[in-house]
Structure formats: C-alpha cells, structure tokens
Design a protein around this ligand. Structure first.
Ligand code: SF4
Length: 219
C-alpha cells in the first residue's frame, strides 16, 4: 500500500543510516520509522537461505576489498569466481554483440564458460506483439524482429547456466528478462545510446548548461 509520506531516502542528504547514527536521522527517516515486522521477515530470509546470504556476503566483501579500484567488468569476474558459478549466460542486445564478444574473450581468459543469446532470437516480427508499421525502426519496410527477452531467459534456462548477465537490453526488455531469468542475474551494461551506455551522465549533467531536464528541474 502506498505510504502517506512525501519524503523518502532521495530527500536525505546526510544518510546517517550508514553508521546507524540515530541522533541524526531526519524526521521522515525510513530507518527510524521502519516496519520492524517486515525487517525481521527480511532478516529471516538471509538467516535461513544460504544462497541469499552467500550472494549478499560475497558482494559486500568485493565492495569492501576493491571499492573504487575494480571496474564493473572486473568486479563481475571476481563475483563469478567467488560464487563458484560454472556456466554464465549472457543476455545481450544484438546491437551490443561486439561488447559481448569482448566480454566473452575476457571470461574465456579467466577460464569461465559462457553462452550468449542475442535479443532477436527466433526472429519473430514485431507485428506479433501488435507493433504498427509506423512504430517500427524501419517504418514498416519489411520484416523487423522484436526483442524477445523471455526467449533469451528460456534459452539460457534450457542451456543450464547458473548465473546470467545482461548486456545492453532496452529498458522494459530488461524488465522481462529479469522477471523470467531462472538463476541469479546481474546487469553489466545498461543501454543508453545518447550517453555511451552511462545513464548516470544524464543526471550528472542535469544542472549544467547541457541539461536535458531544464524544464523538469526549473532551471
Ligand atoms: S533510511 Fe533514513 S537516514 Fe537512511 S537514507 Fe533513508 S532517510 Fe536517510
């Protein structure tokens, strides 16, 4: 059920929950007002499910040991090794297959087996999901395959991967892949054609003269 508070963590500058500095919690603090029953339920998940605890602990150790020193690619490889994953599934946008190819070579060099599925697998026309010709990239000039993230997830499940990685799936297509992925999954690349696949750049430049959000931010 939606909460009545209009302030949440995005309105908090000091973030004292990092060190549990209770005297500095803002009045609207989500930790100060935490649903204790819900928190207990969540902690029980970590306590009772060894895999969840291992994922959480492995991530925390990598964060603690390599913060700011390892790139995301290196952290991902470290995570795969420490989790002892044996077969990595790569769900890639077909537009980012060159990046997926480089990543696979790096995995190979580390002795990590992988299997890549491009988003157009099956080559089903966009008309199947009701996309009209004028909404296709080719404006209806012939066949245009839909992205099929559910099929990517099912193909990787059939192949028996034990950890999946998303490379550049479109917003929404990644939603479906994450919903249907049968195994733990991480995202290596988030697609953003405008900002070299770095969506944070839009936010880092949001108050600059190049901002795309002057209207939204009242600049
Ligand atoms: S939990 Fe409280 S202290 Fe932490 S970021 Fe949210 S509002 Fe700030």
């Amino acid at each position: 059920m939606p909460s009545e508070t209009s302030h949440t963590c995005s309105d908090c500058a000091a973030r004292p929950c990092r060190s549990r500095d209770e005297a500095k919690y803002p009045p609207f603090c989500l930790t100060k007002n935490v649903d204790k029953e819900l928190l207990d339920e969540v902690l029980k998940l970590y306590a009772e499910n060894q895999e969840l605890r291992r994922i959480a602990a492995t991530s925390a150790c990598i964060e603690g040991e390599f913060y700011g020193r390892m790139s995301r690619v290196e952290e991902t490889i470290e995570f795969i090794k420490r989790m002892n994953y044996q077969y990595v599934g790569i769900a890639s946008c077909v537009g980012l297959l060159p990046e997926a190819r480089i990543f696979k070579k790096i995995l190979d060099a580390h002795g990590i087996r992988s299997y890549t599925v491009g988003c157009k697998i099956g080559a089903v026309d966009k008309g199947f999901i009701g996309i009209p010709p004028e909404k296709k990239l080719n404006r209806g000039c012939g066949h245009e395959s839909m992205c099929n993230p559910i099929m990517q997830a099912k193909e990787l499940e059939k192949e028996g991967t034990d950890f999946n990685i998303v490379i550049g799936l479109c917003v929404g297509h990644d939603t479906l892949f994450l919903k249907y992925s049968a195994v733990p999954t991480t995202v290596l690349i988030v697609k953003d054609r405008v900002y070299a696949h770095n969506p944070a750049a839009a936010l880092y430049t949001a108050t600059s003269m190049y901002s795309r959000f002057k209207k939204e931010l009242g600049l």
